[in-house]
Design a protein around this ligand. Sequence first.
Ligand SMILES: *Cc1c(COP(=O)(O)O)cnc(C)c1O
Length: 398
Amino acid sequence: MKNSTKPIKFNENFKEVNGKSVETINPPIYSGSTVLFESFDDLSMANTGKYQGVCYGTDRLPTQRAFEEALRELEGAFMTRAFQSGISAISNALMAFTQSGDHILVCDNVYGPTARFCTKILSRYSIEVTYFPAAIGAEIKNYIQTNTKVIFLESPGSNTFEIQDIPAVTRIAQEHEIVTILDNTWATPLYLHPFDLGIDISIQSVTKYISGHSDLLLGTVSVNQRYAEHFEDYYRSMEIYASAQDCYLALRGLKTLHVRLKQHEQSALKIAQWLKSMPLVEQVIHPALDEHPQHDLWQRDFSGSSGLFAFTLKKEYSNQELAKFIDALQLFAIGYSWGGFKSLITAGKYRRNTDSEYTDKTIIRLNIGLEDSEDLIQDLTQGLDNLSLDNPASISID
Ligand SMILES: *Cc1c(COP(=O)(O)O)cnc(C)c1O
């Protein structure tokens, strides 16, 4: 055999060494395009769609299946499928359950790129989108049209953290046979069980807490029994798949999710309470605080809170002034995304389609990482020291 052939022919995989199987705690990473058939008979079965095994790289390789199954169990779903990112999970879930001429309802505090997908892409396929107030409950019935097919919720929603009355919405949706989708990234399946509240489809940006280390992008769609067959058919037809390396890391993240989340929760609560005592701070927006407008709903439906929350300042500062606070931070880095070990800060004004108490307000959002909360408080203190409440005529202090 020629040297050019030797390495290509080589196919020992060392699943066994000296007759003993090799078992690591973590499953192997299966990545690839071609999946080999054992025989021509198997290939013939695959050609006619009757082969029961995995046919190809897009057919969900074992590492992807292992992650999907672990998450499915945690979600209490009938079926879970992985996607290349959270936003890919969201856009595909929306496409799977809509067609031209349909109308969908989307909460006003939805993740920005979700709204952009609805407005820019779904509209090209004649799918009409209506945004409803962020803290909706039974009033959802006023927004339903005869062609409404999907209600999309995100609770607490992005940046302003309003909470929807999920059971009130799903009750009405079920009467009208409308599919309900919830972006459950903030609470994770550990702190909110969407299927118990009547939700049909639960979405995770795995990028956030589940992977937990800011080193990958991944998303999941988990479906109840009623819509599983329809969604499975969609997923297959689109030939979507998720990277094996990322599924491996996400599976690893799942093992420590409960410990990390508890730490994020405690630290965030401590910092939120402390921020309330700061003279410059107007409002701390955190669902687990008594003064959160939908705190009662949070208490009823959620079993915990995570490490992402926001606050507003009594005075609206110019960007130049705000920079003196934000650029001075040593432990909080400036950047999008969240759910990882590193504390992050973002600040901005968030446009809403419906009335919002936060219109024209700068929302400062904190992702509380795994650093010691005392160190984080010290960092915020030295940053906030660079702002002042001078020019009192322009502000109101109660
Ligand atoms: C980040 C985020 C997403 C999108 O996840 P990616 O994996 O970054 O695409 C979706 N929903 C919410 C609420 C998010 O915060």
